[in-house]
Design a protein around this ligand. Structure first.
Ligand code: MN
Length: 631
């Protein structure tokens, strides 16, 4: 609100300007901490070496792709020439390490590595590379990375796109997302809700919210005259994605553009009938919570109005995804358990033995995230819609509103009303996630059965009870709604469910939201991370292609989005069920583990089979699920 020097809005005299008071009473939201994180990252939590190799492989792809995009328009130069030229330039301009010996040795090996790749086959080269980096010292390295980044982005395409295809020029070395071809088709849009990057949003509609006045006319314009809203609701076929948590968010402006966040509502329906392949269809979108300010847009509102509205939903979905579904409800959620486990369970405790492989790299990536990714000036600040402060608040809200006991997969699906396979037959995330949940549940149940025979055994395990207390405690992990009674765990059954949820979230749930960053979310022409035009554009009598293109990110933003999300979505370190060799010293565990792994193999086959009969959904293939959150 603007401070007025003279205020005529009251019937009584106002003498002083509020400006001085506002200066004196400035808000600060950072003084009181809210999320349980580790104060200093312990030495043994640092990323394993293998992880760096995988990261380096992805960085290589991004690096080459970016250099070709930004400098490659020079005729017929090859990938190798461009990269070599770049490295020479980086050395001359002092971006590559200052120590001469390190620089010259790096120069010898980097071109080979970039072309051949970092891999196990070239371990000697890799070892040389990493030892050189170590020799060059961390400070020099950090400076170098910054200068190399600056150099890498020199000459990048900038500004608004004139055509959707302009984004394709950003991918000379990376494949376009397969779904790009369904971008402008409505089934592709609805598919995102059940098999996309944030497939946890939709809820069954029991009655339409008052602030979303969709009519039968809207509905029948899409679904035909022999169906109506009342029947659709009565038969449990109407679904909504409501992004109200984003309402009132503060629009970001970093680094130099006005960005917009939206809190849309989107309505979907399953057609009538018994066909098990009936897919969700998009009915209507309202781009904000207030119907007075936001028209209802349908496929019949005009091509670009509908594209604009669908993209607004993608943008809201992406902001919700990163802050709530991804950071809040997987990374930070599991981080609390990782810390409490180290603090309360001795390393030889059977639950510690089971859980620790599922926490590898989690505290390290969370620490890196709070220091860089979600820090002022970091990628979230640059790319997402809201101000950095607001994005962080969304993550905290997402975590705090995620009650542990209702996060159990079946309970969660039931709460959202999406558990009925007859009403909502095609929901690949739900169907595949349930397979994995049950497999983990059986494995945890078998394992826990080795050490706890009765509920009494659970109640009398003093370590377990202290762990459980700490997880939910205000001066502990701050996980909401944890435990059965005052944070205690009283039954074996609850213990099995709780450990299942932790392992499921650390593995499958994270994979479901992390992997699509690479192929669905990295492409700004499909899923922008922020909007660049207000939703009020939809109030115009006709929304044009130019209006639509203005909503989309400028090219330099699109390139940064591509690079960071490709990186975050392409590192697959470790695999669900692959515990380190001889990890379990108790010989009774081995046959149970074999059973679990066999079951995962069976699920792999089932999902592959399912993918023959549907648009493929691959994020929950067990072979693509890492053991832990580490990226
Ligand atoms: Mn992640």
């Amino acid at each position: 609100m603007k401070a007025e020097s003279r205020d005529n809005s009251t019937s009584f005299p106002i003498k002083n300007s509020l400006e001085a008071a506002r200066q004196e009473y400035q808000y600060n939201y950072t003084l009181i901490p809210s999320v349980a994180m580790v104060e200093t990252l312990p030495e043994k939590e640092k990323f394993p070496r293998e992880w760096y190799y995988l990261l380096a492989q992805s960085l290589k792809v991004i690096f080459i792709n970016t250099i070709i995009t930004n400098r490659g328009n020079r005729g017929s130069l090859s990938v190798g020439d461009d990269v070599r030229d770049f490295i020479l330039e980086a050395v001359v301009k002092g971006a590559i390490p200052t120590q001469f010996s390190v620089a010259s040795r790096l120069l010898q090996i980097i071109p080979q590595m970039l072309l051949v790749g970092f891999s196990k086959d070239f371990r000697e080269l890799d070892d040389l590379f990493f030892s050189l980096l170590r020799e060059s010292g961390v400070t020099v390295l950090r400076d170098s990375v910054e200068r190399i980044k600056q150099l890498m982005y020199e000459g990048q395409p900038t500004g608004q796109v004139q055509n959707l295809r302009d984004y394709e020029k950003l991918l000379p070395q990376i494949a376009l997302p397969a779904l790009i071809h369904t971008l402008n088709q409505d089934d592709g849009f609805a598919w995102m809700q059940v098999a996309g990057y944030n497939p946890v949003m939709i809820e069954r509609v029991n009655s339409l919210p008052n602030n979303f006045p969709v009519t039968d006319e809207h509905y029948q314009g899409v679904m035909g005259n022999d169906d109506c809203l009342a029947d659709t609701i009565a038969q449990g076929r109407l679904y909504i994605a409501d992004y109200r948590i984003l309402d009132g968010g503060v629009n970001g402006t970093f680094p130099r553009y006005q960005k917009y966040l939206y809190a849309p509502l989107a309505l979907f329906a399953v057609p009538q009938g018994n066909d098990p392949h009936r897919t969700l269809r998009a009915i209507a979108i309202q781009c904000g919570q207030n119907p007075g300010e936001n028209p209802i847009v349908t496929p019949n509102s005009g091509k670009y109005a509908w594209m604009f509205a669908k993209t607004v939903v993608h943008i809201a979905d992406a902001n919700y995804h990163e802050a709530v579904s991804h950071l809040g409800r997987t990374h930070l959620f599991v981080g609390s358990f990782a810390i409490a486990t180290h603090r309360q369970l001795p390393p030889s405790h059977p639950l510690s033995v089971l859980l620790l492989p599922h926490f590898v790299g989690t505290l390290a990536i969370n620490d890196a995230a709070q220091r860089q990714l979600i820090a002022p000036g970091g990628s979230v600040d640059i790319l997402l819609s809201a101000s950095i402060d607001n994005s962080r608040v969304f993550a905290v809200k997402g975590l705090q509103s995620y009650g542990f006991n209702s996060a159990m997969l079946r309970k969660q699906l039931k709460l959202q009303g999406v558990d009925d396979v007859n009403a909502l037959p095609v929901y690949p995330y739900r169907d595949d996630a349930l397979l994995i949940w049950d497999a983990i549940h059986a494995w945890v149940s078998d394992y826990i059965g080795l050490y706890y025979q009765t509920d009494m055994d659970v109640q009398q395990d003093i370590y377990l009870q202290r762990w459980s207390q700490e997880v939910g405690a205000f001066d502990g992990g701050r996980i909401s709604d944890f435990g059965q009674e005052n944070g205690h765990i009283n039954t074996k059954l609850y213990l099995i469910d709780a450990i299942t949820l932790i392992i499921f979230t650390a593995s499958a749930q994270h994979a479901a939201v992390n992997s699509p960053q690479q192929d669905l979310m990295s492409y700004a022409g499909m899923v922008p991370l922020a909007g660049y035009a207000p939703a009020s554009v939809l109030l115009k009598s006709e929304v044009t292609e130019a209006d639509y293109l203005q909503l989309l990110p400028p090219l330099e933003q699109a390139q940064k989005q591509l690079n960071i999300l490709y990186l975050l979505g392409s590192v697959y370190y470790s695999k669900l069920g692959n515990y380190p060799p001889r990890h379990f010293t108790d010989t009774k565990v081995e046959p149970l583990l074999q059973k679990f792994r066999k079951q995962l193999q069976k699920i792999e086959d089932i999902i592959n089979q399912r993918n023959l009969n549907r648009q493929p959904y691959t994020y929950l293939l067990p072979s693509r699920i890492p053991q832990s959150i580490n990226i």
